[in-house]
Design a protein around this ligand. Structure first.
Ligand code: MN
Length: 353
């Protein structure tokens, strides 16, 4: 029996931190399209259950379009069971706004509920302030069976998250979690693992790297699981050390070397780091435009620092030398000194600030 474990779809996320309104709208649709593709994958690969371990939506208010889209997909695929545990972003507005809940949509509640399938039992609960008080003491599984347990929350100790230690010896083979947006797998005890599938699509540069879902194969009481990269686009953060680099052309050459394997449909953030010489003219805006021509979206974040050796300016009688000495002797913090020197030098060189 095959099962998909997904979570943190966050439909209707704003997505406007980086993207312009047109692309943000497009990306919002892509989140839904990826869910639809996941269902197609399920049909083609004989998957009979899709577990959604919370945060299907992003906020209490769900647009009618999104609600209809999701409900239609569930209704049009009666051969697949959708098992849904509420997450901290879900509240219950989706569930309470449905006139008739599809037969193949099973929503977990504030007490443990088990669904029995041919090869395994799937048991879930909505993790929240109320249920965390009793969920450990009320979980009883049939240890003769393969057991999958579903919840949404961070790892932690009792009272501040899901306490994996308190779930040892309960007979869990696979704990299907949601909340952490990056794929993560660890062991509970000799019998079982806990898994966060991560979100199916990265939404910002705090969600970089491969995104997808986990495919479970339950056979003869054994649960095997595998992360399947599935996102339409991937977000990348690439560090470029500009220490010792003396021209914009060379910066761009280094950027090209480090990004040439990234597909143009992806999103790229270039982080400039290191200590650069005063003589370097960086042209970050030009780099930004160049990259945006190469990728769906790109941005340059400049965290490099000016390399200043005070000794070089001890005897420099030029205005530049005088200026740098004054700043270095001031009471400013090292970061402020760096910024003041950088802007000052640029002004002295009649550059754009
Ligand atoms: Mn989430």
């Amino acid at each position: 029996m095959k099962i998909i474990h997904t979570a943190d779809l966050h439909f209707d996320s704003k997505l406007e931190t980086n993207l312009d309104p047109v692309k943000a709208k497009e990306r919002k649709r892509e989140l839904l399209n990826t869910f639809e593709r996941m269902i197609e994958y399920a049909k083609v690969n004989d998957v009979s259950v899709i577990i959604i371990a919370g945060d299907m939506f992003d906020k209490p208010r769900i647009s009618i379009k999104t609600k209809e889209f999701v409900l239609n997909l569930i209704n049009l695929n009666p051969e697949i069971d959708f098992l849904y545990a509420l997450g901290n972003h879900d509240e219950d507005s989706f569930v309470s706004s449905i006139d008739s809940i599809p037969n193949n949509l099973h929503i977990f509640e504030n007490k443990w509920k088990t669904l029995n399938y041919k090869d395994c039992d799937i048991t879930g609960i909505n993790y929240n302030e109320t249920t965390e008080k009793y969920l450990y003491d009320t979980l009883y599984l049939n240890k003769e069976r393969a057991n999958i347990v579903v919840m949404h929350g961070p790892l932690g100790s009792k009272g501040s998250g899901i306490n994996v230690n308190a779930l040892r010896g309960k007979g869990i083979n696979y704990l299907a979690l949601g909340h952490i947006h990056k794929f993560q797998k660890g062991s509970i005890d000799s019998e079982g693992v806990f898994v966060y599938p991560g979100c199916p699509e990265g939404r910002g540069f705090d969600e970089i790297g491969p995104k997808g879902f986990v495919l479970l194969d339950v056979n003869g009481g054994i649960v095997n699981s595998e992360f399947i990269p599935f996102s339409k686009r991937e977000l990348h953060e690439i560090e470029i050390d500009i220490t010792g680099i003396d021209s914009f052309t060379e910066i761009r050459k280094n950027v090209n070397l480090k990004t040439n394997s990234i597909p143009d449909k992806d999103m790229v953030k270039i982080k400039l780091v290191g200590n650069y010489e005063i003589s370097l003219i960086k042209q970050n805006e030009l780099l930004n435009e160049y990259l945006n021509d190469c990728y769906y979206f790109a941005k340059v974040s400049d965290e490099s620092k000016l390399a200043i050796n005070p000794k070089d300016y001890e005897k420099d009688i030029s205005l530049k030398g005088e200026f740098i000495r004054t700043v270095l002797q001031s009471n400013l913090s090292p970061e402020e000194k760096n910024d003041v020197i950088e802007y000052g030098i640029k002004a002295l060189m009649k550059e754009e600030i």
